[in-house]
Design a binder for this molecule. Structure first.
Ligand code: MRU
Length: 335
């Protein structure tokens, strides 16, 4: 079975409620732009490319409701999450079409198709890297749930498996919200891809033992020097991979590339509620009075990246800025 995170039919955006996986596959049917904003804020729908597509359809819903202008709807949707660049590209693509008097629905559908096609291209471009390095660690969820279809980090692994590679995925649980153990493991089960979930602090152990051949992650924002933001904990996996001489790959569509930003230092990092750290599976796991910090993302310097897997092919850190500029500048977005 292949997984699809969201779809738009009959004037409604349908999303798998990712907060409920893996216990239950519940579909939410969103009719209003405010419901889409809420779904993005609460991680009902999540993952950089998927929230870009969801927001694009949120703009479509706003265009069919009374009282919304393109700018007002864009402001609401932009306020939901600060780090994933795709969110802003998705919103801007439809805002601009709507403001020009074009059909927002057609713009959103074209945007969705582009994201899906680019993820497939990432799969084709990246698969050869894993034919002889089949035991791969991934962090968070950058599969179909995070991108609509295919995924970014999971796409090359899916394609490599279809070409006969004995792919085995090490799945970081990914505290605090467990996108690895709840979502990536669920996706891999659907497609019968062999895997094992490990605690976040176990990756170094398996790297040192020679049981991990490569690491692949997605990204929420990649800037022109190759620094990138991804789920908190990505940075330490990159440093560990470097220490253990293991290749470290970053897979992303063009909508993730913020080419006008020069380094990762200026990427906005979302800080989420303390309760996400204080509680685990409904139980309190820290004293209620202890202060908590909960950054949702970290920024990994380009020097730890072996290569980026893009829809335009595989690029080294030295080349990725120029390659992305050729494709990404058309977005013309800054924040
Ligand atoms: O907070 P989340 O679950 O939206 O974070 C998602 C990630 O960090 C993913 O790795 C990233 O968006 C890439 S998804 C292809």
């Amino acid at each position: 079975m292949s997984v699809r995170a969201l779809w738009f039919t009959e004037g409604r955006l349908h999303v798998i409620d990712q907060r409920e996986l893996p216990k239950r596959t519940r579909i939410r049917h969103l009719r209003r732009v405010e419901e889409v904003a809420d779904a993005i804020r609460t991680l009902t729908v999540r993952g950089a490319p998927a929230i870009g597509v969801a927001a694009a359809f949120g703009m479509v819903l706003a265009s069919r409701e009374r009282g919304w202008t393109p700018d007002r709807a864009a402001r609401l949707l932009r306020s939901t999450r600060p780090t994933a660049y795709d969110l802003f590209v998705g919103i801007e693509t439809v805002r601009a079409a709507w403001a020009r008097g074009e059909d927002p629905g057609r713009a959103a559908m074209a945007y969705r198709d582009q994201v899906v096609d680019e993820c497939h291209e990432i799969g084709e471009a990246g698969a050869p890297l894993f034919l002889r390095r089949p035991r791969v660690l991934t962090h968070c969820n950058a599969g179909a749930l995070a991108t609509v279809e295919w995924g970014t980090s999971l796409a090359p692994l899916r394609v490599a498996k279809s070409r006969g590679a004995p792919i085995f995925v090490w799945v970081d649980e990914t505290r605090p919200l467990l996108q690895g153990s709840r979502l990536t493991a669920w996706e891999l089960l659907q497609e019968e891809i062999p895997h094992a979930v490990i605690a976040d602090n176990a990756a170094g152990h398996f790297m040192r033992r020679g049981e991990i051949d490569a690491v692949i992650v997605g990204a929420d924002r990649i800037v022109s020097n190759g620094d990138f933001a991804n789920k908190i904990g990505t940075y330490e996996k990159a440093v560990l991979a470097h220490e253990n001489h293991i290749p470290f790959y970053v897979a992303a569509p063009w909508t993730t590339f913020d080419v006008q930003r020069r380094s990762g230092a200026s990427i906005p990092v979302e800080e989420r509620s303390a309760d996400e750290v204080r509680h685990f599976a409904g139980a309190s796991v820290a004293p209620a009075k202890s202060p908590v910090r909960n950054p949702a993302f970290d920024v990994t310097p380009a020097r730890y990246v072996t290569a980026y897997i893009t829809p335009g092919g595989v690029a080294t850190p030295a080349r990725v800025g120029a390659l992305a500029r050729r494709h990404g500048l058309a977005n013309g977005l800054t924040r």
